[in-house]
Design a protein around this ligand. Structure first.
Ligand code: NAP
Length: 249
């Protein structure tokens, strides 16, 4: 199996892309630590992975809390001795332009999406450096490259995730740690659905978004999870600092 016994921490594992990644990694033999605020989502993912498996840990934590990142990684290392893969999928998306977003909402989006990537990378890196290997996989968005109307804080926070990931790749390559960012297009998850519901005409917004994808459809969380599986496995051993676009063209 591709990820035989590999210790993986996945934030946002209770829903969408994070959930699909956790399920795929577990089916590939990984030991998975699931992190999310959503307790119910965590339980469902655990059930799907299989109640009998001993290789799952769950943590109901807020990724923007630095204490939570340190606490969780220490617990994982106590249990399994190492952290080899980190996937940072937890994020929030609020609409808004520079003139309509409140400062409070701006700060919250950056706290979860950008700081929530930095804090978890910071918590795992000493363990990866000690082991002389590791793979950090972050989640940005195609909107960070192309921009998108009415989502300025989300788009900006994801642009920062791309830059942060490439900085990590440069700074820690010497220790055998790789860092790559996955850049999805529109993927059928609760987050995407919420982004349409916010619009005045959700059906028109859904159709407009679909048409932006040359393959003529939205992606599935599993199609993104396969990219994460590649980046977590030794198949991608010469890949770091890459922007891995999974956006239907
Ligand atoms: P999702 O279905 O909403 O899943 C995200 C999960 O993260 C949810 O379970 C959410 O819990 C959790 N979360 C939110 N804030 C958290 C926090 N502070 N601490 C811990 N967990 C938190 O989203 P998704 O569509 O799978 O997105 C996954 C990643 O892909 C995100 O980084 C997103 O920006 C990126 N992405 C998604 C798309 C897309 O079209 N879906 C496109 C491009 C990029 P709650 O449900 O309780 O908030």
């Amino acid at each position: 199996m591709k990820l035989d016994g590999r210790v993986s921490v996945i934030t946002g594992a209770g829903s969408g892309i994070g959930a699909a990644t956790a399920i795929l990694f577990a089916s590939g033999g990984a030991r998975v630590a699931l992190v999310d605020l959503d307790d119910k989502g965590l339980q469902e993912v655990r059930r799907e992975i299989g109640a009998g498996r001993a290789s799952v840990l769950e943590f109901k934590e807020d990724v923007s809390d630095s204490g939570a990142a340190e606490r969780t990684i220490q617990a994982v290392v106590r249990e399994w001795g190492i952290v080899e893969v980190l996937v940072t999928s937890a994020a929030i998306s609020t609409g808004g332009t520079v003139t309509t977003i409140t400062e409070k909402d701006w700060d919250r989006v950056f706290a979860v999406n950008t700081k929530g990537t930095f804090l978890w990378a910071r918590a795992v890196l000493p363990h990866m450096i000690r082991a002389g290997r590791g793979s950090i996989i972050t989640l940005a968005s195609q909107l960070a490259l192309a921009a998108g109307r009415g989502s300025a804080p989300y788009v900006a926070s994801k642009g920062a995730v791309i830059s942060l990931t490439r900085s990590i790749a440069l700074d820690y390559a010497q220790y055998g740690v790789r860092a790559n960012v996955i850049i999805p297009g529109a993927i059928e998850t609760p987050m995407l659905e919420r982004s349409f519901v916010r619009k005045a005409d959700p059906e028109a917004a859904r159709e407009c978004s679909r048409q932006r994808h040359p393959l003529g459809r939205f992606g599935t969380p599993q199609e993104v999870a396969y990219a994460a599986l590649y980046l977590a496995s030794d198949d991608s051993s010469f890949t770091t600092g890459a922007q891995f676009v999974v956006d239907g063209g």
